[in-house]
Design a protein around this ligand. Structure first.
Ligand SMILES: Nc1ncnc2c1ncn2[C@@H]1O[C@H](COP(=O)(O)OP(=O)(O)OP(=O)(O)O)[C@@H](O)[C@H]1O
Length: 325
C-alpha cells in the first residue's frame, strides 16, 4: 500500500500542498484531478522522492520514500514516474529506448517484450526511427512504453496523454489501463482531463489550491459533485437555487446542474435570455443569463441572441443532487 501521511510542501514561502493524506491499495488506480497549478505534479514528485519534504512522510508498504537528500539517484526502484518531460534518449531508436531496461541476458524475451510494448503504443512501424525525429505525441507514447517495460509495482503518470491526438488517445487509454490492470500495477494518474479517469480510475482525489477537497469514486463524484469546482472538471456546469427551476419548491438551496441536464421548455422553468450559441458537433452549447448570472445549457440547435427561453430539468436529477448535499 502507498501511504502519503499528512504531507505539506512549499518550494519557497508559498504553500503548494497542505496536509495531504492518502492511501492507495495495491493494484488500485487513483486519479488526481484538479485545475492547472493545484499541485498534482508536485504531489507525484514527492511520492517518487524527487522533492525533499519537511512535513509528513510517504511509505510504500514498510519502505519510507526518502527524498533527494538521501538518494543519489532520484526515484525508488519499485516505482516509475512518467514526467511531463519524457526523459528519453533522443539519439537512439524507439526500440532501443523501450528495451533499454530489459535484460540483455534473455535476448529473445527482450525482443518479444519490446515488440509487445511497441504494438501497444502503436509505434511498431517506427521501431528503427531515432526518437529525436518523432513528434511530441509519438515521444510521449515511447516514454510510456519505456516506463512500462520496467514493470514497476507502482506507476506515477503525469498527464500521460497530454500530447497525444484524439485519434489515438482513446485506444491508447484503453490499451494502457487494461494492460496495467492485468499486471496488477498500482497507478496514480495526474490529469485535468476527465476522459483520462472517468472510465478507468477506481477512485479520484480532487485537489484545489494544494488541498484534497474530495476523495470518491468517479461515478459518485460526477453524479453528486459537492461544488461547482468539482462539477466544472467534467464540463460546463451551473449552480442555481432549486426554487427558480421548480417554482413549487420551498427551498432556496442551490444545486449543480450540468449543461446537458437542462431541457428547453416552452412555458415554465428558469427563464433565461440567450447570449451566444457555440457549435459543439452533436449539439450547441448556449450561454444565457438569469439575473446577471451566466447559465450554460445544451440545445440541439442554435438560439437567437436576445431570445427568452425557459429551462427545465428532470425531477430525478434534482433528487439525485439533493441526496448528495
Ligand atoms: N520548481 C518550482 N519552483 C517554484 N514553484 C513551483 C515549482 N514547480 C511548481 N511550482 C508551483 O507550484 C504550484 C503547483 O505546481 P504543479 O506543477 O504541482 O501543479 P499542477 O497541478 O501539476 O499543474 P499543471 O496541471 O499545470 O501541470 C504552482 O503554483 C507552480 O507555479
Amino acid at each position: 500500500m502507498l501511504h502519503v501521511d499528512h504531507v505539506s510542501f512549499a518550494y519557497d514561502e508559498t504553500p503548494v500542498l497542505e496536509d495531504i493524506n492518502l492511501k492507495v491499495a495495491k493494484g488500485e488506480h487513483v486519479a488526481i484531478i484538479g485545475e492547472s497549478g493545484c499541485g498534482k505534479s508536485t504531489l507525484l514528485k514527492i511520492i517518487y522522492g524527487l522533492l525533499h519534504i519537511k512535513i509528513g512522510e510517504v511509505y510504500w508498504d514498510d519502505n519510507q520514500v526518502l527524498g533527494p537528500l538521501y538518494n543519489l539517484v532520484p526515484g525508488e526502484s519499485y516505482m516509475k514516474y512518467l514526467s511531463q518531460d519524457f526523459d528519453l534518449m533522443p539519439y537512439t531508436t524507439v526500440e532501443e529506448n523501450v528495451g533499454q531496461y530489459l535484460s540483455v541476458f534473455e535476448p529473445e524475451e527482450m525482443q518479444k517484450r519490446t515488440n509487445e510494448l511497441m504494438e501497444m503504443i502503436e509505434m511498431a512501424d517506427f521501431a528503427r526511427t531515432k526518437v529525436k525525429y518523432l513528434s511530441g505525441g509519438q515521444q510521449q507514447r515511447v516514454a510510456l512504453a519505456r516506463v512500462l517495460a520496467q514493470e514497476p509495482q507502482i506507476l506515477l503518470l503525469d498527464e500521460p496523454f497530454s500530447h497525444i491526438d484524439n485519434f489515438r488517445k482513446n485506444n491508447l487509454r484503453r490499451n494502457l489501463f487494461a494492460y496495467l490492470r492485468s499486471k496488477g500495477i498500482t497507478i496514480l494518474t495526474a490529469t485535468h482531463d476527465h476522459n483520462d479517469m472517468l472510465p478507468f480510475a477506481d477512485r479520484v482525489i480532487v485537489l484545489r489550491d494544494g488541498r484534497i477537497i474530495a476523495k470518491d469514486t468517479p461515478k459518485h463524484l460526477y453524479s453528486q459533485p459537492k461544488d461547482l469546482y468539482i462539477a466544472s472538471l467534467f464540463g460546463e456546469a451551473n449552480k442555481i437555487p432549486i426554487n427558480i427551476i421548480k417554482t413549487y419548491a420551498d427551498t432556496k438551496r442551490r444545486i449543480i446542474v450540468y449543461a446537458h441536464e437542462f431541457r428547453v421548455s416552452q412555458k415554465s422553468g428558469l427563464e433565461v435570455v440567450v447570449k451566444n450559441s457555440y457549435y459543439m458537433g452533436g449539439h450547441y452549447m448556449i450561454v444565457g443569463t438569469y439575473e446577471g448570472q451566466n447559465i450554460y445549457f445544451n440545445h440541439h440547435e442554435a438560439l437567437e441572441p436576445g431570445k427568452d427561453v425557459f429551462l427545465n430539468i428532470a425531477i430525478e436529477t434534482i433528487n439525485q443532487r439533493m441526496a448528495g448535499m
